[in-house]
Each structure stands twice: as C-alpha cells, then as structure tokens.
Design a protein around this ligand. Sequence first.
Ligand code: ASP
Length: 441
Amino acid sequence: MKKMALHWKIIIGMVLGIIFGFVMNSVDGGKGFVGDWIAPFGKIFINLLKLIAVPLILASLIKGISDLKDISKIKTMGLRTMIIYVGTTLIAIIIGLSIVNIVKPGEGMSAETIEKIKMKYESSAGVVDKLNKANNQQDSGPLQALVDIFPSNIFKALGDAKMLQVIFFALFVGICLLLITEKKAKPLVDFFDSLNEVVMKMVDLIMLFAPYAVFALMANVIIAFDDTEILLKLLNYALCVVAGLVLMIGFYLILVKVYTKKSPLWFLKNISPAQLLAFSTSSSAATLPVTMERVEEHLGVDKEVSGFVLPVGATVNMDGTSLYQGIAAVFIMQVIWPEGLTFTNQLVIIATALLASIGSAAVPSAGMVMLVIVLESIGFPAELLPIGLALIFAVDRPLDMCRTVVNVTGDATVSMLVAKSLGKLHKPKPKNWDDNYDAVK
Ligand code: ASP
C-alpha cells in the first residue's frame, strides 16, 4: 500500500489538534489538561529540532564551503544571496505598505473598542515583555549588531545557539580548510561530512514524530485564545497581513517557475512539511533542520548552497516579518497617531523594517519586539507605545504562525535561485529514515 505523504499526516495532526483545542476550551479543566499533558509533547519536539540545529549548521556549512574548492565562489554565492535577500525583503515591505494604505484597516475603529483593547492588554505581561526586550536591544550602540557576529568563545556561541556567530565560525573554518593542503584538511572534512549525514538522519527520525507534535502544538495555541470578540474587531487588520503573505508566496512561486523552470506545485509539495512546521512552531530557527532536509533532499539544492543560504536566511531574511511590520506600524498609526502618517515616515518604515528583519531573532513573536524599534524610528510617541502594541497583541500569535511560513518559504526560494545560478540545482534524491535499516535490524 502506498504510504501517506508526510505533509498529509502533519495536516491531519494539525486539524485534529485544532478540534481538540476547541473542545478542551469548552470543558471544565480542559485548558489545564492540555497545558499539563499535551503541550509538553510539542515542547519536546521543538527541543529536539533545536538540539540538532547548531550541529547541522556547523557540519553542513563547513562541509559545503570546503567542497566549493574555490574561495571566489564563496564571494559570488555570498553576494548573490545577500542581494536577493534584500531584494525580496524590500518587495515584501512594499506589498505590505501598499495593502495597508489601500485598505486602511485602522480607520473607523470605535473609541469603545480601542478602550477595551487598551484595558485588556496595555499592561499585560506579553506587551510589557516586548517593550522591555526592545529597550534592551536599543541600549546598545549602533555597531553592536556587527560586533555580535564575532564570538570570543565558540563553545559559548554553540551553547547559546547564536546563529550568526556559529555561521561566522563555520565559514572561517571552511575557508581555512581550503587554504591548507588537501591531505591535512581531509580528516576534518570527513568528520563534518559524517556529522552532517548523522544529523540529517536525526531529522528523518524526529519527523516521524511530527504529526503528533503538531497536534500538541496546535491544541496549545487554541487554548490560549480567549477573547473572540476582540479577534473579530481586528479581523480587517489580520486579513491585510494574511493577504500580503499570500501575495508574497505567489511571488516566490513565480520566481521559482521563471528562474528555475520548476513547477510551483512541485515546489510547494516538497517544501510543505517545513511550511507546516513553521506554522505550528512559529520559529524559523526551530524549523531550520527540516527546511535544510527538504531543500537538499527533496528540491535538489546542493549542500554547498543550502548549507550557507538557509542558516543565514533563517536569521537575516524574514520577508513575512517585515511585511507584517509595515502593515502593523501603519495600522497602529491609523488608529492612534494619524498625524504621523506621512510619506517620509513610510519611507523610514521601509528602511527600518528591512533592518529589523535582519535583526529579528528567528523565534516566536520576535517580529513584534522589532516593531517597537520600527515605530520609534519614526518618532512614535513613547507614551502611546504600550497602547500600540496592545492593539495588535490579540492576533499576534496566529499572524506570527503565518509570517513564519513566509520566512521559511522565502529562504527555500532563494536557495533554489542561488543554486540554479551557480549550476548547483540537481535531481532530488530523497532519503528515508530506514534506507539502511535492513542491514542493521
Ligand atoms: N516567528 C518569526 C520567525 O521565527 C519571527 C517573527 O516574525 O516574529 O521567523
């Protein structure tokens, strides 16, 4: 019998999780039950993905760079990747700003609704936490983000999963492996090659658990929704974000079709498990191992390209996040600071949302923290900030789930484009967890 495709199993897990979440929401003690007995399985799954993300980046990047056999190719790949990343992010922000300026979801919100949202969320732990995080980020100097790329202790960088620091170290090692003799480089290259294979196999095994884990993750998301009335009031705003994100996915599909000549449906089918996990976990960093596995084994992108483009992309390329920031910033202004809605301010939003997408961590709700910085860059009154965040807080989680899908899809698209441009897009060779099982069972 033909095995059911992984993405279908995950979708079934998600749907059942959503239904289960709603049922538990309506029974006494249901929320507690989900929190105590179901949610931990989602947490275990995310922990496992995070566990392998750092060794995977290290192994695949070092192996990939040393396989390039030519330092000038690293420069070409790096430059192309960065240019396409910046280009797609700018397009995302422009799409977002166009939609929010045409639809104007913030106009006409009643004073009563604003007051209700303000009362409920202005001093909530979630909003205060985002404001504190944004403040901490701003206390550092303008070049701190650059300084932060260079680790002083690699074990600390690995332990704290500082993605950019790990990427820098891996690139450094990879380049030095090219600069020493092949004979001397071989043991280390073989080591990382083998580590890479092992971690990829771990991805296959962890993914066997994915349909159950997404059940737990979705049930946990559903029990957190409490005020459907407020959710409905924010529907216009939320729909603007979702429409922008859908347009962005359409744009990626066009790029894939035009530039790589591959069918958009084929692309979507093969990348969908990573998209579904991005949706369920709201974290492109946690999804990274799966994105890498799908892009290498199912889309046929050479390790040399995916090993570089995807880890860098997970950290610096967040098209969904920047699109959302553009819409959220203007929406908040439409509601509580209409005098700030000038053309110049919207240009500043384009620049800061671009930088914010590079600076946002690939974790749940990081986009909202950086939104504070986008707002402050246009002189948004400090006393209105908590109300601004309160306005969008209720729908942030579902929108975070959606924008993370776009972040991950954007990275996968760019890796296809860069691979194609370097002649490194091959016929995919998917591997299964049990390919060698018969020999060892
Ligand atoms: N959750 C997003 C990600 O991990 C970041 C954000 O927009 O909050 O890609």
